[in-house]
Design a protein around this ligand. Structure first.
Ligand SMILES: NC(=O)N[C@@H](CC(=O)O)C(=O)O
Ligand SMILES: [Zn+2]
Ligand SMILES: [Zn+2]
Length: 465
């Protein structure tokens, strides 16, 4: 296949050839079509690396009424996400080899490439788990969230030891439940759909609880020389804690302190031992903005104040945030309508990740290169996906074509998650027209009619050779 006249994230206009092996064979000017080759004329459109969403909950096994590998991966493909990493709080939880195998069988339905993370509970089995093609350990829950997999400090330290011994990264859900403010849940919260309920959850799971847990996770990992990736950091102070730890480490490692290049799109290995991820909901929603969401705005960690949201966004724009990943956590509308205490935590987001960020780029709030780095190049580098995350010769042809001048309203009815709602309704996003996974078209949308079609489930485990 030949893609002609596409604009890359850095503004260069190039042709791209995809080989029969599903890799990018060339990115160059003036490539002519071979006889019989499919040609996509991409003039006026951007060619970007498919996003690598290192934090999704596709709910199988055990929760297929919320999402399946088929529905979740369609949602991913339609949003330009070409690799997803599934988290272990399924039923059964992915804490041993047998549970891994059960999930791996289901993941064969995936349209996009995937990784499967392993979780930690008191009865986890590291031997059989690490015997499988595991993506990473995590998310390791330092407090209960959906699935009630919160663990204590000793078990967390053991888990870091097991991971460090095998050079596996560890993704951490960092909140300290001893610092939650129980009094915020007292009194009349007025049922599930009101402003008071959304706000109460934010008041309950305090910012201080996150910052303390992030600091403890970083310190425990540093003691053991483990690689730690902090999931869904929701406060600017938590991002700052990660940045400081990284600066300490890389100064210790090479002493010259200039490990990040001017562009921010390359960093040495020492600088990637402690990393952080931010979600679209913490970047685009806040306590003030989400009042009408009620329990649909309940997630862990919760939404923060508008001023913290702005500060978090500023850190993304300036390069302090390593990764934007979605924590795509679908629950049904009926489940989310239960009262504040009973409604499950979590919001969907895999389909709106790239669109929301691309709209920010269109508006000049972020550079397109920053967007590319936080959704593709950085996650690939942090998690050691050598063939993914870049539009360059030799890389997997995981690609997205978008018209970056064509924003549209986010509408739940047009999205593909089985949960059938979005917290981003009414915001604007720039949605892909074509998504390729290793050269196969998995999603195509006619920009004129809006008609969408999906390809076959070609997804593979990215840890398998
Ligand atoms: N973020 C959430 O509020 N929920 C997630 C679990 C998690 O990531 O903590 C879920 O699986 O529902
Ligand atoms: Zn979490
Ligand atoms: Zn999660």
């Amino acid at each position: 296949m030949l893609i002609t006249g596409a604009t890359l994230a850095d503004g260069r206009v190039r042709d791209a050839r995809i080989g029969d092996d599903g890799r990018i064979a060339a990115v160059s000017e003036g490539l002519g079509a071979d006889a019989g080759e499919r040609v996509i004329e991409a003039g006026g459109r951007h060619l970007l690396p498919g996003a690598i969403d290192v934090h999704v909950h596709f709910r199988e096994p055990g929760g297929s009424h919320k999402e399946t590998w088929a529905s979740g991966s369609r949602s991913a493909a339609a949003g330009g996400v070409t690799t997803v990493v599934d988290q272990p709080n399924t039923s059964p939880p992915t804490v041993d080899g047998a549970a891994f195998d059960e999930k791996a069988d289901l993941a064969a339905d995936s349209l996009v490439d995937y990784g499967i993370n392993g979780g930690v509970t008191p009865d986890w089995d590291p031997e059989s788990l690490f015997d499988r093609p595991l993506f990473a350990l995590g998310e390791v829950f330092l407090a209960d969230s959906t699935g009630d997999m919160g663990i204590d400090a000793d078990l967390f330290a053991d888990a870091l030891d097991e991971a460090a011994a095998r050079d596996a990264p560890v993704t951490v859900h960092a909140e300290d439940a001893t610092l939650f403010d129980e009094s915020a849940l007292d009194g009349d919260l007025g049922g599930g759909g009101t402003a008071a309920t959304a706000d109460a959850w934010s008041a309950y799971r305090t910012a201080a609880a996150e910052v303390a847990a992030v600091e403890r996770a970083i310190a425990t990992a540093a003691d053991r020389d483990a690689q730690v990736h902090v999931a869904h950091t929701s406060t600017p102070a938590a991002v700052d804690a990660v940045v400081e730890a990284r600066e300490d480490e890389s100064t210790a490692a090479d002493g010259d302190g200039d490990e990040v290049d001017a562009d921010g799109d390359g960093a040495d290995a020492a600088a990637r031992r402690v990393t952080c991820e931010v979600t679209p909901h913490h970047l685009y929603l806040s306590r003030e903005r989400a009042r009408s969401l009620g329990t649909f705005g309940r997630m862990n960690p919760p939404l923060r104040s508008e001023s913290r949201r702005e500060a978090l966004f500023a850190r993304l724009a300036e390069g302090a945030v390593d990764v934007v990943a979605t924590d795509h956590a679908p629950h049904t509308v009926a489940e989310k309508r239960e009262g504040l205490v009973d409604a499950p935590s979590g919001v969907p987001g895999v389909e709106t990740l790239y669109p929301l960020l691309l709209e920010s780029a269109r508006k000049g709030e972020l550079s397109l290169k920053r967007v590319r780095d936080v959704v593709a190049a950085n996650p690939a580098e942090i998690f050691g996906l050598d063939r993914k995350g870049r539009v360059a010769e030799g890389y997997d042809a995981d690609l997205v074509l978008v018209n970056t001048a064509d924003p549209r309203e986010v509408e739940a009815a047009a999205l593909h998650s089985a949960c059938a709602w979005t917290p981003f309704e009414g915001l604007r996003g720039i949605f892909p027209e074509v998504t390729l996974v290793r050269g196969e078209v998995v999603y195509e949308r006619d920009p004129a009619t809006g008609a969408a079609s999906f390809g076959d489930p070609v997804g593979r485990n990215v840890r398998e050779p």
